[in-house]
Design a protein around this ligand. Sequence first.
Ligand code: ATP
Ligand code: MG
Length: 283
Amino acid sequence: MKLKIAIQKSGRLHEDSLRLLKECGIDISNGGNKLKSTAANFPLEVYFLRDDDIPQYVEDAVADAGIVGENVVYEKKKEVEIMAQLGFGKCRLSIAVDKNETFSKQGLNGKKIATSYPVILQDYLDKNKISAEIHEISGSVEIAPGIGLADAICDLVSSGSTLFTNGLKEAETILESQSVLIRNKTLDQEKVRLLEKLLFRIRAVRKAKNNKYILLNAPNNKLNEIIGLLPGMKSPTVLPLAESGWSSVHSVIDENDFWDIIEQLKDAGAQGILVVPIEKMII
Ligand code: ATP
Ligand code: MG
């Protein structure tokens, strides 16, 4: 038995989805234009699909699981379960208006908004008691105001450069999105077991990305202070150096605390600080 997982055939999520699987020790070749491919070393079959279709395929159990943007999951409103956020494909679904316009939510009343996300946009308008007309288009939404099709748009943004080139500005974020792993809601025992196995690996890879292994030398009389700055997985490892009066301290630190901690460690007398990436982390 194989777990069937759907990923984007080509586009922004394709490479990162394959890379994640690879980091989980699962090797897949997309062999050009294939619809599906089988992993060599994990009971997994990968389907390559348009991202818009993935929630439906997962609901229908054509695929057991899928990797897709939260924006698509919320827009399609299919019966699927979100298992984990995957940390790539980060973007925002935002309302954008002419760059010279002063924006207010209530100012959207009576306006025409072009979007490929009518469901999420309508939810937002309802919640904010705004009555606006939604004009659904499937692509190149950013040109709609320029050609007189709409007064505002609601579209995915990451850097904002597409908006800028089209004389628009981001006015309001209505959804923060990233890629997620979704699953069918009624998988049998064996499939659930395989999915758990995959999820375990994904968590180990994601955890490792958020952490760094740190090694440093410390004078023994400063050890307590330095150890206090380093939580470690259980507690830091301390090994004596060949030179007496000095120790080597090893630990794991959170990527986000990294620069803060490094400065404090230096101030506390740490020397020869090395920071190295971690490949997998099982805790
Ligand atoms: P498909 O052919 O599979 O339908 P697509 O053209 O709909 O592809 P892409 O542009 O490849 O989709 O985007 C896929 C996903 O990448 C989006 O749904 C979103 O979750 C994410 N994404 C991240 N940054 C951006 C961005 N700046 N613009 C659009 N999508 C983004
Ligand atoms: Mg699409």
